[in-house]
Design a protein around this ligand. Sequence first.
Ligand code: BYC
Length: 339
Amino acid sequence: MYTQAMDLPGQGTGPQPVEASADDAAALARQAQFDARIDHDHKIEPRDWMPEAYRRTLVRQISQHAHSEVVGMLPEGNWITRAPSLRRKAILLAKVQDEGGHGLYLYSAAETLGVSRDDMIAALLSGKAKYSSIFNYPTLSWADMGCIGWLVDGAAIMNQIPLCRCSYGPYARAMIRICKEESFHQRQGYELMLALCNGTPEQKAMAQEAFDRWWWPVVMMFGPSDKDSIHSAQTMQWGIKRISNDDLRQKFIDATVPQAELLGLQIPDPDLKWNEQTGHYDYGAIDWDEFWRVVNGDGPCNRERLETRRRAHENGAWVREAALVYARKQAARRQREAA
Ligand code: BYC
């Protein structure tokens, strides 16, 4: 049984009411039904009753995820005009567009929980809402496009495949499509890195330099270590998160080291080594001060990213207004025709 079932009306440690009211009995029944659905790994759907804390947790995670996709368009958008060939430009454009689409599915999934898109976007633009730390790093060379696809999307897939089994139906279903697209993103990134690593010595050096900058921020992307993760225990009990931050990080490192070796790249971690006993790679200490600095708004590009989003939002105001006026006109026309 889950912890949320422990503090229900009439179940506290204080004096117990002699008889539960009809409302209490109904609340207990709803809670029991919710717990049973979670226990049996059934999906919770928007019209099902759910505890308020479950709803709030989902709104937090799904909206942060949506914001990450939308802000995640910026570091790569920076290179669309400078892609070295038409083929690379077409791939990058398609990838960035997919990310915009992921943001939209995710905002829609969050809206099914009764929160408005306007409120979610206002929280992002005011700096109140979080988005992934990884998008606060700059993209300095073309090899960064390879590293983002290979490593950032690779980490995203590792984190998001288990979310396809999330207990909340609309989020789980959005993740299935998103993961398919992320898989294409990861492959195009690896293929780009392969081309650079098999290219001239300058191209190989550019690939290594980008890899050196992205490795640790990507390792941090999985979130704080399990002992410092404030939400994990509850979200795992609710079947939202299925694998812990540290376990996902380990899976990612184990999968990525052989890929780096195939590219002939050096991993910028002197403590990284295969551990025969555990069957996993051991890795060096993570700079958690840097992680929290970036999460709390003081990373290399936090201000620039938010400023760009704010400007885009302001510049798009006329489009939103025009769409609303058009919708009102259409509705008025339908009403006239129906009269
Ligand atoms: N960056 O208790 P914890 C993409 C926050 S988009 C910033 O472990 P939780 C892509 C956390 O929110 C990738 N903040 O939290 C797009 C919490 O703060 P609050 C985005 C982070 O929720 C374009 C606090 O730290 N993916 O893939 O159990 C191009 C304590 O953490 C970070 C998702 O959003 C971070 N890295 O676990 C390419 C996936 N890590 O909310 C690629 C869905 C932690 O209490 N989200 N924090 O203020 C998740 O799976 C989980 O929310 C997390 C964190 C693993 C991120």
